[in-house]
Design a protein around this ligand. Structure first.
Ligand SMILES: [Zn+2]
Ligand SMILES: [Zn+2]
Length: 326
């Protein structure tokens, strides 16, 4: 098999040949068809997330075909599956036992503490892979596996309000905006100043208002979701939400949040973060996405160009999601 491998933070990934993997008990070997590139991969490569296994194959938005199944496995070879960030949980900690496996004390994360999908093949714990029988296009489905799933969990955390602000209009936002429209909500899209391509994408997906993150929306929002890793957006979003409104931080990493006056939190406004996902989130979202007619905007790179895809994500050079194809 071939893989793009990280040996140390801040270094480019290296293309390597490795022996073909073997599925252990409860595991599957999957031939990767597509793996989307997430901002979290950038935070791993750039050393913002400090505990990756090394060397590491990044990538946690994997779509592929089951090639072999370990002892006791139930998934049949030939079946298309998706493999997300949540790669394993302990099943016995207090969080796992109360339906909050996303907060597990002893988790495994695909492309961070386990090898991921920037490769031709990946080994996964079968219990954390999801059949994608209804999804015929692996490239289009790949961004659903994190941008979609984390976006969905973020939207659930935002509550039932009608007016939803989205800060940072990248891969997660472009998926979740479509879900909001499907649910009859109004999307207020905030982008970097002058990012006309992102603003056009937001408008095309049904946003009722599009502006820069410096601007105030025309009406107070019921909730705001921040996908950009920019702490300055937290006070901006607090100022944009109405009394009782929630500000949901959807990323795994964010720059420091500046000091702000208590008055903008007052009125039972809340700030929340979203950590990882549960398998229940994935089952819900993968059922909802086709019903909501979610489509993804993708830019395809050959696997060997993973470094270029990461650079382009860092620089904001494409809309939607980058997807690697082996
Ligand atoms: Zn646990
Ligand atoms: Zn991700």
């Amino acid at each position: 098999m071939k893989a793009m491998v990280l040996h140390a933070p801040h270094e480019p990934l290296r293309l390597e040949e490795r022996p073909n993997p073997v599925a252990g008990p409860g595991e599957i070997v999957v031939r990767v068809e597509a793996c989307a590139v997430c901002r979290t991969d950038l935070h791993v490569v750039d050393g913002d997330l400090t505990e990756p296994k090394l060397p590491l194959v990044p990538g946690h938005e994997i779509v592929g075909i089951v090639e072999s199944v370990g002892v006791g496995g139930a998934l049949a070879p030939g079946r298309r599956v998706g493999i997300p960030w949540l790669g394993h949980t302990c099943g016995c900690c207090g969080y796992c036992q109360t339906g909050r496996e996303n907060l597990c004390d002893n988790p495994g994360f695909t492309g961070y503490t386990r090898d991921g999908g920037f490769a031709s093949h990946v080994v996964a714990d079968e219990a954390y892979a999801f059949p994608l029988d209804g999804f015929s296009d692996p490239v289009a489905a790949a961004p659903l596996m994190c941008a979609g799933l984390i976006g969905w969990r973020s939207l659930k955390m935002a509550g039932e309000g009608k007016r939803i602000g989205i800060y940072g209009f990248g891969a997660a936002a472009h998926i979740i905006a479509q879900v909001c429209v499907f649910q009859g909500r109004e999307v207020y899209a905030f982008t970097r100043t002058g990012d006309e391509a992102a603003q056009a994408l937001a408008r095309s997906l049904g946003a009722v208002w599009v502006g820069s993150s410096q601007e105030s929306p025309p009406v107070p929002l019921d909730a705001a979701i921040i996908f950009a890793p920019v702490g300055d957006l937290v006070p901006a979003a607090l100022r944009a939400v109405a009394k009782g409104g929630r500000v949901v931080c959807g990323g795994i990493y964010m720059s420091d949040i500046p000091q702000f006056p208590y008055s903008i939190l007052w009125g039972e406004r809340q700030i929340l973060s979203v950590a990882n996902l549960t398998r229940a989130d994935a089952i819900e979202f993968l059922e909802l996405a086709p019903r909501a007619g979610v489509t993804t905007t993708t830019t395809v790179y050959p696997l060997e160009k993973a470094n270029e895809a990461l650079d382009d994500l860092r620089a904001g050079r494409f809309q939607g999601a980058a997807v690697l194809v082996p």
